[in-house]
Write a protein that binds this ligand. Sequence first.
Ligand code: ADP
Length: 341
Amino acid sequence: RITVLGSLNMDLVAYVSHHPAPGETMTADKFATSTGGKGANQAVACAKLSRPRPSSSSSSSGTAATTTTAHVGMVGCVGDDSYGALLRGNLARHGVDVSGVDARAGLKTGVALIVVDAPSGENRIILSPEANHAVLPDDAAVAGIFLEPESTKKPDLLIMQLEIPLATVLAALARAREAGVAVLLNPAPAQPLPAAAYAGLAHLVVNETEAALLGGVADSASLVPSVDAEKVPAALRAVARAFVAKGVRNVVATLGSHGVFFLTADGRSGLVPAEKVAAVVDTTAAGDTFVGAYALEAVAAAAAGREFDVEAAVRKANRAAARTVERAGAQDSIPWRDELV
Ligand code: ADP
């Protein structure tokens, strides 16, 4: 069982030939709306990556049903509007338990305004959190994550990002620690965290921007290996070491096409190359796909009682995220389990 405590947003996406300059009005080549929010994306990633595509499962009825599918629950807040209904419906359609997603009267559902530079696939995003700001530490659904051990609701892994109030994330971290629930924190969008946030954290998944901000490094580019040198920059290793020193068991830094650096509390480390992709179409939800795939590996290892192999998990997650990069959209671009070869 995986529970994601986080954001749900409606993505309004314009595909353009170049990012507009200040004051420039331009015509988009294409416009699309899609369901998003880092929390919802990561919940969908966990669900899709642990299930075969529905059409293929119906043709091979018996076998598909017997393979393990992760129970994925989402906890968060939407408004009582059409976007909120659409977001909840879409999560449910992918098999995510939405009983913890509250549709709050009088609030609007969060939106993300996304501009994708079509030639490079690079995105720029403005978030308006709306109902995501109403996810508070004492909400029944948040409290419900940490019911007694005999409760079927207690997750094997709690996944959080920073698109809901920091106070809620910090309260959940503290409760998870007390309840012995493993946590994966993806501190995005980056904001400074108190030292207590890292203590006992099972997995910290950061990109270079988040690593730089949290690690107190002014220039995030100094954390990325140069293209030809397969060498981990000393600054990146130092930042990862500092996270481990604060109590993180597994530090995972995703560096886009430059690969993923990991460092564990027991001293294992490595730089895993990114998968080669035919064409970078849209990097939206690539990081979320990575988190989902990695989380499934962590939960599977715990369920089987075997030691977690971070490097193997990173390789799988890279494979999954590469598929997402090759396709347009957020949740729609996340692959199903049988799309990973
Ligand atoms: P974020 O989107 O959070 O900034 P990254 O850019 O590091 O995170 O991307 C997350 C993951 O997506 C990477 O670790 C990698 O697995 C995959 N990915 C992103 N960009 C590429 C790329 N150009 N080629 C291959 N994989 C990529």
